[in-house]
Design a protein around this ligand. Structure first.
Ligand code: GLC
Ligand code: CA
Length: 565
């Protein structure tokens, strides 16, 4: 199939987690005016689109992923006027804004739910999923993502409502056409305001299997809902309807967060025919190190597995759908601390290597705030430092039931907890990293004196400059956007090497994931040709790679992209 060109395929997206980005008024919480003040920084980095994590009115049970009014701004973040100013300034700079669309659930404080829980004959009753209990217990055995059962009993009507996440996040009933109309109306309202796209929160969960059958019981003692909710029976029908009624009427970038999505499913969600979304966030590469008690462990990601999964997505979607590319977001620990090396010695070089490895692939790359500086996981020393409902609840539940010891569990949430990504953005070496003049809602990583934007913008060898170059290269070389992908050396546990091909050109991408020196064989077809190093984390653009015969000698965590024309 011929690959259609599209602006969203040629873009690089930057994710902002507003609470942790920049605080403009000293209350310790990032806000919209803070973002507006940093748009020039993002322009300098060269990104095209901002994915804004939720800024809507919310009681903040899950930091904004529990929305009580889709058409208002969270007080702590500012006002709608602040939003409009941010949008206008972004557009002036040529930066697009992609909104987070959280419509699998609302907050329990949303007017629809407030009505819904009043009585069984309330006109909003069917906006949510209400069921009678079974033998005095929950309607089925599903556990929620944030611990405990996925059902909450509501005394007023004597029924239970479903919440796949916290009990303050009741699930919407997408089978009700009125729910769909209400969501679509709200989306149109934002589109008319001039926004440029949607990132759709857990969109793969909106269609539940009729009957809501019990799930297989896991270590937590609850049943797993995934088999009956992830990529459910009507999800594509709903998205096609959304596309017909909203998305197709505007020029948008759309990405669906799809936990549990397979390549086959993704070909439908993100089909090149454009009936649903532009692309999905898949989770296979994030979940490699998962285990029996969900993600709570200290496992390392084996490189061979990572390569297998990334390569499967690269080759199988080619020409049929489109990939998103990401290492980090607000739900994941920092990839640099996970598979890179965050020690003093190798932090910068391995951050650049990870950037090279991802950004030279086919797909739309996403940079998560601070990734462009090589920000790391946080050195947790006490439970009081955690803010995230997921980590705190998991700690209570698994230690409370004696499934994991407190010491081990502390270790796990420190390594895998979402707060690692949510510590404040490190702007400079002034107190609180320049994030706030007050006291931040979550502690600042003490390494901000070495790792901060100000220092890196003044030093051309920094991770910031390297990301800027990666982003620039995508604009200058079509092969990076549209080239085919082929994995080389699949069995190497130290090197990730792949070849891109486009209109007779080749791009060789070599990335070393080890702190040792190593060698990489030059592919036969390239031995006679001289390549041009487009980017290198050891500054080899002028000299070329160090080679001996048919082999390239690589330093620890070395990475390079070499173009053969
Ligand atoms: C998504 C969000 C996450 C949130 C959850 C529930 O996974 O990325 O932050 O907790 O959905 O809305
Ligand atoms: Ca603030």
């Amino acid at each position: 199939m011929k690959m259609e060109r599209a602006w969203w395929k040629e873009s690089v997206v930057y994710q902002i987690y507003p609470r942790s980005f920049c605080d403009s008024n000293g209350d310790g919480i990032g806000d919209l005016n803070g973002i507006t003040g940093k748009l020039d920084y993002l322009k300098e980095l060269g990104i095209d689109v901002i994915w804004l994590s939720p800024v809507y009115q919310s009681p903040g049970d899950d930091n904004g992923y529990d929305i009580s009014d889709y058409r208002n701004i969270m007080k702590e973040f500012g006002t709608m006027e602040d939003y409009d100013r941010m949008l206008a300034k972004a557009h002036e700079l040529g930066i697009k804004i992609m909104m987070d669309l959280v419509v699998n659930h609302t907050s329990d404080e949303h007017a629809w739910f407030v009505e819904s829980r009043k009585s069984e004959d309330n006109e909003y009753r069917d906006y949510y999923i209400w069921r009678d209990g079974k033998d005095g217990k929950e309607p089925n055995n599903w556990g929620s993502c944030f611990g405990g059962p996925a059902w909450e009993y509501d005394e007023r009507t004597g029924q239970y409502y479903l919440h796949l996440f916290s009990k303050k996040q009741p699930d919407l009933n997408w089978e009700n056409p009125k729910v769909r109309e209400s969501v679509f109306d709200m989306m149109v309202w934002w589109c008319e305001k001039g926004i440029d796209g949607f990132r759709m929160d857990v969109i793969s969960l909106i269609s539940k299997c009729p009957g809501l059958p019990d799930g297989a019981v896991g270590k937590s003692g609850y049943g797993d809902f995934a088999a009956y909710c992830a990529n459910g029976p009507r999800v594509h029908e709903y998205l096609q309807e959304m596309n017909r009624k909203v998305l197709s009427k505007y020029d948008l970038i759309t990405v669906g967060e799809c936990s549990g999505v397979t390549v086959e499913e993704a070909k439908r969600y993100a089909s090149a025919s454009g009936e649903e979304l532009n692309m999905v966030f898949q989770f296979e590469h994030m979940d490699i190190d998962g285990g029996e008690s969900f993600k709570w462990n200290h496992n390392k990601i084996p490189l061979t597995e990572l390569k297998k999964i990334m390569s499967k997505w690269q080759t199988e979607l080619a020409g049929k759908a489109w990939n998103s590319l990401y290492w980090c977001n607000h739900d994941q620990p920092r990839m640099l601390s996970r598979i890179g090396n965050d020690s003093q010695e190798y932090r910068e070089v391995s951050a650049k290597m990870l950037g090279t490895c991802l950004h030279m692939m086919q797909g739309t790359p996403y940079v998560y705030q601070g990734e462009e500086l090589g920000m790391t996981n946080y050195p947790f020393t006490s439970l009081e430092e955690f803010r995230d409902i997921e980590s705190i609840n998991a700690y209570r539940e698994l230690t409370g039931k004696g499934i994991v010891s407190p010491e081990e569990m502390f270790d796990y949430i420190s390594y895998k907890g979402r707060d690692n990504a949510r510590t404040p953005m490190q702007w400079d070496d002034s107190p609180q990293a320049g994030f706030t003049t007050g006291s931040p809602w979550i502690p600042v990583n003490p390494n901000y004196r070495e790792i901060n934007a100000k220092e890196q913008m003044e030093r051309e060898t920094s991770v910031f400059y390297y990301y800027k170059k990666l982003i620039r290269l995508r604009k200058d070389y079509e092969i990076i956007v549209y080239g085919d992908y082929e994995l080389l050396l699949p069995d190497s546990g130290e090197l990730y090497v792949y070849l891109r091909s486009y209109q007779g050109e080749k791009l060789l991408v070599v990335c070393s994931y080890t702190d040792q020196e190593t060698v990489c064989e030059i592919p036969k077809e390239l031995r006679e040709r001289t390549g041009k190093v487009l980017i290198s984390n050891y500054g080899r653009e002028e000299t070329g790679l160090e080679s001996a015969g048919d082999k390239i000698a690589l330093k620890p965590y070395e990475a390079a992209a070499v173009l053969y024309t």
